[in-house]
Ligand binder design. Structure first.
Ligand code: SAM
Length: 273
């Protein structure tokens, strides 16, 4: 049993008084479970940076895909518990050890989530279709040989296949099915995952995107991207020529440059999202 303080944060109320200081302790670990790292911290920082919007969003159902140690889902539940006490939390992981560790992390912090050992959201699609208001994902994104993806144990925490996109590309259409009409997705990506192309892919499904946190470490350049359905983009997606291999190169280039500009938005722009 280990006790490590990974971070602390405080929430300010309208009177600028600290409402609660939460400390996420790693009360349990397992050699096959991903320990919170720069990517996990960047994701929680993005949620904290967006906390006011999250509170106004008043989510009923929050979901994490790939919960690992439980650091992110526990942080999210603590972040929202006072103002959004009705929110229900669901977390999945393909690694059964991760589910066990997450259970202990949640318990140690006095918050609850439904935990499911499954591949992304397998078996939950019908039950959760169109119901998830907030989805958070720190996927396996490291470029690896394809045959390393989905292996048992700790390798499943990082092995992302070609360009690190194998698992991400499976998650995106599932997220689209599970997210509610006003649902938000927070996704961790690396530059090598081609975040602009991910934004383009999501734009074709009617989602706007912005980078909430961008962070360079010695090893990687992380982007935490927030996606949400945008009415104008949904209309545009219906009207525009589907982008496929036969789309003229010029159309593709224009879209990619638009998405590149879009993905360079930084938090603090005038959008409420
Ligand atoms: C980079 S770790 C992130 C862990 C934790 N969310 C965090 O931020 O510290 C990725 C997690 O996704 C899980 N995972 C990998 N492939 C998955 C899949 N197909 N379905 C569900 N979980 C998966 C791994 O077991 C691992 O716990």
């Amino acid at each position: 049993m280990r006790e490590m303080i990974h971070f602390s944060f405080s929430f300010l109320g309208s009177n600028n008084m600290s409402l609660r200081t939460a400390q996420i302790r790693l009360v349990s670990s397992h050699p096959e479970v991903y320990e919170p790292c720069d990517d996990s911290f960047a994701l929680v920082d993005a949620l904290l940076a967006d906390r006011i919007n999250l509170l106004e969003h008043r989510p009923m159902l929050c979901m994490e895909v790939g919960c690992g140690s439980g650091y992110v889902i526990t942080s999210l539940a603590l972040m929202l518990e006072q103002e959004v006490p009705w929110a229900h939390y669901i977390a999945t992981d393909i690694n059964p050890r991760a589910v066990e560790v997450t259970r202990k992390t949640l318990e140690a912090h006095g918050v609850c989530a439904e935990l499911i050992n499954t591949d992304i959201a397998s078996g939950l699609e019908k039950r959760l279709a169109g119901l998830v208001d907030v989805m958070v994902v720190n996927p396996p994104y490291v470029p690896t040989p394809e045959d390393e993806v989905g292996r048992e144990g700790i390798a499943s925490a990082w092995a992302g296949g070609e360009n690190g996109r194998s698992v991400i590309d499976k998650i995106l259409p599932i997220a689209d099915k599970l997210l509610s009409k006003t649902g938000w997705l927070y996704l961790v990506t690396l530059t090598t995952n081609d975040p602009s192309q991910i934004c383009l892919q999501m734009r074709e499904k009617g989602y706007a995107a912005r980078i909430v946190v961008q962070r360079s470490t010695e090893e990687e350049n992380l982007h935490i991207i927030k996606f949400w359905r945008d009415f104008d983009i949904q209309m545009e997606a219906k009207e525009t020529v589907p982008v496929n291999k036969t789309a003229p190169v010029g159309v593709m280039d224009t879209l990619l440059s638009q998405v590149h500009r879009l993905s360079l938005w930084i938090s603090g722009n005038n959008s409420s999202n």
